[in-house]
Design a protein around this ligand. Structure first.
Ligand SMILES: Cc1cc2nc3c(=O)[nH]c(=O)nc-3n(C[C@H](O)[C@H](O)[C@H](O)COP(=O)(O)O)c2cc1C
Length: 214
């Protein structure tokens, strides 16, 4: 698969996991791709906790389902109806979970490029996640990013130290297929905006038409 194929085939995966184990050498390639990501000051501030144990995954899934209800409670009735039809995780159905952590202490006291923008460390972790996601796609695997959780709960669940921030729970695994259309579009939650609404020539020219909706 070439890079653009992987970019276009990549999908957030929830219902398509088969639960078959991922070959260890494949997992190693996917994690190596994540670890090859760019990072501010070459700090490589990420950690990956591999969660295979089903009981831990069940506990996390139950927590996510609670948070789903919290979010649902904030929605007006029509949006709540649409949201009720959307699956937001495949935690137990995936082959494994990958908790991605951000360690701001990595890279020492003087991280080159982070003195004015502390978030640059977090951006680096997101680069690693995207590398992982694209690599998994090229390997024929699915990835689903879950963010409906409280950070303290996840930190405690997988034993991250207090200074390591959980950035994502990634459901990773073998899939029956990857859908062509994102779930949120298929359910009418939200649609992708055209490229021209977000490209600005020279100076920012005002909010795109979809910027404030829902
Ligand atoms: C930071 C981040 C957090 C996300 N959190 C969730 C989540 O909690 N549950 C979920 O079902 N999808 C989650 N997603 C996936 C998005 O819904 C998905 O990327 C988007 O709808 C576009 O679909 P696609 O990834 O298939 O192109 C998340 C994606 C990102 C980048």
């Amino acid at each position: 698969m070439d890079l653009y194929d992987a970019i276009n085939r990549r999908r957030d995966t929830r219902a398509e996991f088969t639960g078959e184990p991922v070959l260890e050498e494949t997992l190693a390639r996917v994690l190596s791709a994540a670890h090859a990501a760019p990072s501010v000051g070459l700090s490589q501030p990420w950690d990956f906790v591999l969660v295979r144990d089903l009981e831990t995954r069940r506990r996390f899934r139950d927590h996510v389902l609670q948070e789903r209800e919290v979010f649902a409670g904030t929605l007006p009735p029509e949006r709540a109806g649409t949201f009720s039809r959307i699956k937001v995780e495949g935690i137990c159905e995936a082959s494994l979970g990958v908790v991605v952590g951000y360690d701001p202490g990595r890279g020492g006291q003087h991280v080159l490029g982070r003195h004015a923008i502390a978030d640059a460390g977090l951006y680096s972790v997101c680069c690693a996640i995207q590398n992982l996601w694209l690599s998994a796609t090229a390997e024929g695997l699915g990835v689903g990013w879950v963010s409906l959780y409280r950070e303290d709960f996840l930190r405690e669940l997988v034993g991250l130290p207090a200074h390591v921030r959980p950035v994502a729970w990634l459901c990773l695994g073998t899939v029956a297929d990857l859908p062509d259309i994102p779930d949120l579009e298929r359910h009418g939650w939200r649609h992708r905006s055209p490229l021209e609404t977000v490209v600005h020539e020279g100076r920012y020219r005002g909010a795109g038409p979809q910027a404030t909706s829902s």
